[in-house]
Ligand binder design. Structure first.
Ligand SMILES: [Zn+2]
Ligand SMILES: [Zn+2]
Length: 139
């Protein structure tokens, strides 16, 4: 795998260094070096965090990625997006998550950080299912 020039450029133009980025997305600085120098891919949720930090979309940074549009089951605070419990290990939540379908948020075009006051979506995606709520009663 070759170096990821797009990522390197994005880090620099965001006024960051690999070690500052590492600090913000809570990984080892060596990990960021591997993303840049060796073209390694971050964990999917980390990709979104990196994209947010440098103000790019995931597709900009990892263009050849076959993107499965699905956010992490956990928020950055470690709370399950389905049952809203921290550190959830529920098999139900895993299944619901794995079988969920997501589309790019049309409000922010997948870039919630560009919207003042944020966006109601999850990391730039929204569920495509009609009864997308985590509350079955609304279905
Ligand atoms: Zn859960
Ligand atoms: Zn949005």
């Amino acid at each position: 795998m070759g170096a990821n020039a797009a990522l390197r450029e994005a880090i620099l133009s965001a006024g960051l260094t690999p070690s500052k980025l590492a600090e913000r997305v809570e990984v080892d600085p060596k990990t960021v070096e591997r993303w840049v120098a060796q073209g390694r891919r971050p964990h999917p949720v980390t990709r979104y965090a990196v994209a947010a930090q440098v103000g790019k979309s995931v597709a900009d940074l990892w263009p050849d990625e076959t993107v499965t549009l699905r956010p992490s089951r956990f928020s950055f605070a470690g709370v399950c997006i389905w049952c809203e419990r921290a550190g959830c290990v529920s098999a139900d939540c895993v299944v619901r998550h794995e079988s969920s379908h997501w589309v790019t948020c049309s409000t922010c075009a997948g870039m919630p950080w560009t919207r003042r006051g944020g966006c109601g979506c999850l990391f730039g995606v929204v569920q495509s299912a009609k009864f997308a709520s985590s509350n079955w009663e609304t279905a």
